[in-house]
Design a protein around this ligand. Structure first.
Ligand code: ADP
Ligand code: MG
Length: 559
C-alpha cells in the first residue's frame, strides 16, 4: 500500500497564515493532540460499552514522550485508531478543512490572536512546532492494517503501510528548529500542567522516583526504597465532575489549595451544575479579598470537557464576579473553532445569567440559613454584593434582600430593616428619608456625635466602591436621600418644619462667620455657625454633598 496525494482544500496557502496567528500561542499543539488522544480512548470505551467492539478495551492511557536525539515528541494513545481510509477522511479532510475554514473566517479579524488562543485548530496545530508530522496507527476494526501518514504541512501527503502492532495511534512530531524549547521536559511538563491537569484519561509523561515503604531495619525503623513509577500528570476526576452530595468541605478546600497554592482559605463556594439549556459544571469560590483587587481578577479557569482553555473568562462570567476564583467547564464553549465561534456566543449570555443567579441564590441561602455567620462574612463579601448591585439589574433585585448596611455602632441591617429603623426620626419635611453616612469615622467624629445626639443613625460607607453604591441606592430606593454626615449640620441635612432658635443673635452669627471665612483658603468649603443650644458644635466647616462627590469622582479618575 502506498499512496501519495493532494489534500483538496480551498486555501492553498493556509499554513503561513496560521503560523502568523498562532505565533505566540504555539504551545496549544500539545493541548490539541492530547485531547484528540483522550477522545480516541473514550471512543473505544464507548464502542465497548455499546457492544460494537468486543475486544479488550484495556487500561486507557495516553502517553507523551520526548526524544531529544531524534528531536521528536510522540503522543500515543490506546484508543480506537484509524484505518488508512479514516486518515484520509478525518485528517486530510476534517483537520485540514477545519484549518482552512478557520483561516477563511479569521484572516481579517482584528482579534484573531485572542480567538485562536482560546479555540485552537485541532490536529493541524501540530505543524506549528513540527516541520514533519507522522501518524502511526492501527484501527480497532477487525482485519485492519496498520497505516502510516506523513505530511510536512503542505497540501501533499503520503500514506503507506504502518508499523504499529497494538491498537491506537502515535502522533510523531519532528520538531522544527524554532520550536526546540519543546524538547525540554520541564517545558512539556509545564504545558501539560496547564492544559491537561484534569483530563479524564490518565496521561503519562515519563517516570518519576517515588519513595515507598520497604519493611523495617534491625532497629525497627521503617525502611524506604526508591522506585520508578509512571509519572501521571493529571487528576482524572476533578471535583467539579462529581456530585456535590459526594463531596466534603475538605474536598472543596483541597481543590482550592491545588488550584491556588499559598492562598488564604476561601469564604465559601458554589457548585455549578446545569445541563439545560446549556451544559456547564464548575466550582466557584469566594476568596478573601485583599486590597489589591486587580491582582485577584482573572483567576477563574475555563475548561471544555476537562481540557483547560483559558483564564480569560471576561465574556462568560459577569464582570462583578471576575473576582471569584475557581473553575468553569462547558463543552458549549467550543474547543475547536471549526465548530463555530459564533454559535457559542448565544450561550455565553445564558451562561452569564445563570452564574449571576446561582451566586445570588447562594448568598440568599447563606443569609437565610445563618444570619450571624453571614454577618461575620459581610466584611469580605460586601464588596462583591455591592459591585453586583451596581452593575447588574438582575442581581440588584435579588441582593436587595440580603445586602447589609453597617452603622457606626457596628450594627448591620438589611435595606428594608434600615429604612424602618430610621424613618421615624430621619424623615424630613418633604417626606424624604435621609440616610447619613461617614466615609471616615475618625475624622468626622464630631459630626457623628452631633448626629447621634439627635438620635440620628450614621452609616459607615467607606470602601472605594461605596461612592457608586450610594448613587445606586439613591436611584433605587424610593423617597430616600443619602448624605454625608459632614456635608452640613444635622439640622440642615434633615430639615424639619419646626424652626430652631439660635442662641446667638443674627449679628453675632454674621460676625463669627466672617472671621472663619477669612481664615479658610480652600475652595468649596462652607462655614456654618451652628450653636442652637449650648452643648452643640459652635461652628462647622463643611463641603456641599454635590461639590464633594464631584471632587471624589475627579480623585478616582472620573470613577
Ligand atoms: P476535532 O478533534 O475537533 O474533530 P481535529 O483536527 O483535532 O478536530 O481532529 C480531526 C479528526 O482526526 C478527529 O475528529 C478524529 O476523527 C481524528 N483523530 C485525530 N487524532 C486522533 C487519534 N489520536 N486517534 C483517532 N482519531 C484521531
Ligand atoms: Mg481535536
Amino acid at each position: 500500500m502506498q499512496e501519495k496525494g493532494n489534500i483538496s482544500i480551498h486555501t492553498e496557502n493556509i499554513f503561513p497564515i496560521i503560523k502568523k496567528f498562532l505565533y505566540s500561542d504555539n504551545e496549544i499543539f500539545l493541548r490539541e493532540l492530547v485531547s484528540n488522544a483522550v477522545d480516541a480512548v473514550q471512543k473505544i470505551k464507548r464502542l465497548g460499552a455499546l457492544g460494537q467492539f468486543n475486544g479488550e478495551v484495556g487500561t486507557p492511557l495516553v502517553q507523551v514522550a520526548v526524544d531529544k536525539t531524534a528531536k521528536t515528541i510522540t503522543i500515543s494513545d490506546n484508543g480506537l485508531g484509524m484505518t488508512a481510509e479514516e486518515i484520509k477522511k478525518y485528517i486530510n479532510q476534517v483537520a485540514f478543512s477545519g484549518a482552512s475554514e478557520f483561516v477563511e473566517k479569521f484572516k481579517d479579524a482584528k482579534d484573531a490572536n485572542e480567538i485562536i488562543g482560546k479555540f485552537g485548530l485541532g490536529f493541524y496545530s501540530a505543524f506549528m512546532v513540527a516541520d514533519l508530522v507522522e501518524i502511526q496507527t492501527l484501527s480497532y476494526q477487525e482485519g485492519a492494517e496498520p497505516a502510516r501518514w506523513i505530511c510536512d504541512g503542505s497540501t501533499e501527503f503520503e500514506i503507506t503501510e504502518g508499523t504499529k502492532t497494538t491498537r491506537g495511534t502515535d502522533i510523531i512530531l519532528h520538531v522544527n528548529k524554532d520550536s526546540e524549547e519543546f524538547l525540554e521536559e520541564s517545558k512539556l511538563q509545564e504545558i501539560l500542567d496547564k492544559y491537561a491537569k484534569f483530563l479524564p484519561v490518565p496521561i503519562k509523561f515519563g517516570t518519576k522516583t517515588e519513595s515507598i515503604e520497604d519493611g523495617e531495619d534491625e532497629e525497627g525503623k521503617k525502611k524506604y526504597q526508591d522506585v520508578e513509577v509512571d509519572n501521571i500528570i493529571n487528576t482524572t476526576s476533578p471535583i467539579w465532575t462529581k456530585a456535590p452530595a459526594d463531596l466534603s468541605d475538605e474536598d472543596y478546600l483541597n481543590f482550592y489549595r491545588e488550584l491556588y497554592p499559598f492562598s488564604e482559605e476561601p469564604l465559601f463556594w458554589i457548585h455549578l451544575n446545569v445541563d439545560y439549556p446549556f451544559n456547564l459544571t464548575g466550582v466557584l469560590y469566594f476568596p478573601k479579598l485583599k486590597n489589591d483587587f486587580e491582582m485577584q481578577r482573572n483567576k477563574i479557569k475555563l475548561y471544555s470537557r476537562q481540557v483547560f482553555i483559558t483564564d480569560e473568562v471576561k465574556d462568560i462570567v459577569p464582570e462583578f464576579l471576575m473576582l471569584l476564583h475557581g473553575v468553569i467547564d462547558s463543552p458549549d464553549i467550543p474547543l475547536n473553532v471549526s465548530r463555530s465561534f459564533l454559535q457559542a456566543d448565544s450561550n455565553v449570555k445564558k451562561i452569564n445569567n445563570y452564574i449571576t443567579k446561582k451566586v445570588a441564590d447562594k448568598l440568599g441561602e447563606l443569609f437565610a440559613k445563618d444570619r450571624k455567620a453571614y454577618e461575620d462574612k459581610w466584611k469580605d463579601i460586601g464588596i462583591f454584593v455591592k459591585y453586583g448591585m451596581i452593575s447588574e439589574e438582575k442581581f440588584y433585585d435579588k441582593a436587595k434582600d440580603f445586602a447589609l448596611l453597617g452603622n457606626t455602632k457596628n450594627e448591620l441591617f438589611t435595606l428594608p430593616e434600615y429604612k424602618e429603623k430610621v424613618a421615624p426620626l430621619q424623615t424630613d419635611k418633604n417626606g424624604t428619608v435621609v440616610y447619613l453616612y461617614t466615609n471616615d469615622a475618625s475624622k468626622q467624629d464630631a459630626f457623628i456625635q452631633s448626629a447621634n445626639k439627635k438620635d440620628y443613625d450614621v452609616l459607615v460607607l467607606d470602601s472605594p466602591i461605596d461612592n457608586h453604591f450610594i448613587n445606586q441606592l439613591e436611584q433605587k430606593l424610593e423617597k430616600t436621600s443619602i448624605k454625608r454626615v459632614d456635608s452640613s449640620v444635622a439640622d440642615k441635612l434633615i430639615e424639619k418644619d419646626e424652626v430652631n432658635e439660635h442662641i446667638l443673635t443674627d449679628e453675632q452669627v454674621k460676625e463669627v462667620t466672617t472671621i472663619f471665612e477669612k481664615a479658610i483658603t480652600k475652595p468649596g468649603l462652607q462655614v456654618e455657625v451652628v450653636a442652637l443650644n449650648p452643648d452643640e458644635l459652635p461652628v462647622t466647616i463643611t463641603m456641599d454633598e454635590f461639590m464633594r462627590r464631584m471632587k471624589d469622582m475627579a480623585a478616582m479618575g472620573g470613577g
